[in-house]
Design a protein around this ligand. Structure first.
Ligand SMILES: Nc1nc2c(ncn2[C@@H]2O[C@H](COP(=O)(O)OP(=O)(O)OP(=O)(O)O)[C@@H](O)[C@H]2O)c(=O)[nH]1
Ligand SMILES: [Mg+2]
Length: 193
């Protein structure tokens, strides 16, 4: 960690991170990002994303810039153009959409095998969304169907979420913050030595 990072941390500046929000259309990406914004900045109506949109929100130590990509088939080829800039991925799954779980897995596999992602240890937060829907699959089941245990070269986590109420989002974002905030990692390391 550089001196600038340390100084910025002591002075309370938030480190900026770029995150890609990916997943099939209708999985809840925009709803999730909207819920992470301060309540006075939240949109009332969420519409399907065309292309992508850039959103920002802050946590206690980080300033997130999120690329909220459209999940519609015709726009999915846009995703890869932003892989290089992404320092983390939030991958959203509609846990109630059992029929398209196999499509979600195909898109995830394509992501993981892309040259701009494959050899980088970027953290991936999986959000098994729509937990409120009756018959939604559990996060454990979603994890099994997507074969997440095969991801061994990147830190990952899966959280069940209900984006309409905001349930589970905080836990997921806190995990991501822990993986991205080198300053707080440094503090932990400093405390250990
Ligand atoms: N029941 C339920 N509905 C949800 C949840 N999250 C999102 N939705 C609904 O799912 C629909 C799609 O949400 P969006 O946030 O637009 O989905 P998206 O992934 O951004 O979709 P694209 O922009 O088309 O890729 C909307 O009607 C949301 O209200 C959830 O946790 N539970
Ligand atoms: Mg959207």
């Amino acid at each position: 960690m550089g001196l600038f990072d340390k100084l910025a941390g002591w002075l309370g500046f938030k480190k900026e991170v770029n995150v890609l929000c990916l997943g099939l259309d209708n999985s809840g990406k925009t709803t999730i990002i909207n819920k992470l914004k301060p309540s006075n900045a939240q949109a009332q109506d969420i519409v399907p994303t065309i292309g992508f949109s850039i959103e920002k929100f802050k946590t206690s130590s980080l300033s997130f810039t999120v690329f909220d990509m459209s999940g519609q088939g015709r726009y999915r080829n846009l995703w890869e153009h932003y892989y290089k800039e992404g320092q983390a991925v939030i991958f959203v799954i509609d846990s109630a959409d059992k029929l398209r779980m196999v499509v979600a897995k195909e898109e995830l596999d394509t992501l993981l095998n892309h040259p701009d992602i494959k050899h980088r240890r970027i953290p991936i937060l999986f959000l098994a969304n729509k937990m409120d829907v009756r018959d939604a699959l559990s996060s454990v089941k979603v994890s099994q169907l997507l074969c997440l245990e095969n991801i061994r070269d990147k830190p990952w986590q899966i959280c069940g979420t209900d984006a309409l109420r905001g349930d589970g989002l905080q836990e997921g974002v806190e995990w991501l913050q822990g993986k991205l905030d080198t300053r707080s990692n440094q503090v932990v390391e400093d405390m250990r030595t």
